[in-house]
Design a binder for this molecule. Sequence first.
Ligand code: PFF
Length: 461
Amino acid sequence: MTVTTSIHGMWSTRLAFILAATGSAVGLGNIWRFPYTAGEYGGGAFVLVYLACVATIGIPIMMAEIMLGRRGRQSPINTMRTLVSQGGHSPVWQLLGWMGILSGFLILSFYSVIAGWTLAYVFRAGSGIFDAIDATRAGAIFADLTSDPERLLAWHTIFMVLVVLVVARGVASGLEKAVRYLMPALFFLLLVMVLYAAQAGDFGGAMTYLFAPDFAEFQGKADEAILSAMGQAFFSLSLGMGAIMIYGSYLKQEASIARNTVIVAGMDTLVALLAGLAIFPIVFANGLAPDSGPGLIFQTLPIAFGEMPGGGLFGTLFFVLLVFAAWTSAISLLEPLVAWLVENLGFSRVRASVLGGLTVWLLGIACLLSLNLWADVRVFGKGFLDLFDFVTANVLLPLGGVLIAVFSGWLLARSSSLDELRMGDGLSYRLWRLLIRFVAPVAVSIVLLNAIGVLKLIGLG
Ligand code: PFF
């Protein structure tokens, strides 16, 4: 018998799920991470690989995650446990849930630091220091912030408190309200930014850069670029760690998983592309380097705000909305752990949220120190922030994705997925099944293995 509700609450409407899942997907990943990663790998070719990953790997895995979540109706660990015992499979599959908890911890710890930068920029934009600013000055303001551990700690702390506050209130009352108005507002403001960039920046240059793929741009780094494009797709769509799975567990039985997935993935992709179109015209018009790394938006957008009429107000509003976008994503990073603590240890939601938040906060301190005092501490050649970012997006999330795909396509009975997806046994279902059984797991595995050089080792790479 399938359980039709979750003890943690349910989305009140289909729209609420779409908003919450979009809230999880759309965040710093789209507006901060996508442009600078695309910039690091030369633009168009990266964007093309990214889009291919979203369509052939991201969408089928998102459907699978929502499906598993809705069938299990618990935290990802317990959802997997239930599905595994129903099907008589090995309990090892619960590891998928545990891996997700680890990914959530690691991602949120650095995500909160970057969200802290965004918070800091709300006030910078409002103070008028961006007026008539040039690229050098914008770079200096950014460096000033990231080299100061105390300020970073203060912003990181404030952000984590905000996250814990919403998660502690619970899904329906906390989250739904937060996303209903803020997501559309962010979307609108991003459009305004694109229009501004179109008229004040080098829009043609940006279009060519982003949409005319030239694989020579990978410059001998094709393996790394493809791995990063795939990792970006997982990160941006919030896949591979159970965030979308747990949101699926609050979804009503009659809602269409395929339709909701296409909407969420479509919005997420649109926002990333719009962010690229808002940022690169300014990058090119001001002679900035597209591959300047994680500081890219913090060094380019202030120039735009400094030049446009009413830029102080626009800038403030933009960073406020970006904080909200980060907030609604961060909530989904903490939710699987909190749900598990409530289910297994009998914690109250408040206690579970505070404990989870505190642990992430501590880990975040290592991330923010890696930007300054601990700049010399390197693990695999990277500081903590970069390391956590790299390992989660490019390794743990794709690995989680492969496991979700294999479980949904090979272990879960065909009749179960057919029943849960409710799309009939037609072309769409068969296409999904083909993608989830073969295309997604094989493609992700090849990219991962290639990245660790295994294929090269056995002479195939
Ligand atoms: N998708 C979010 C973003 O693009 O900012 C980040 C994220 C949220 C990643 C939830 C993973 C996750 F499970």
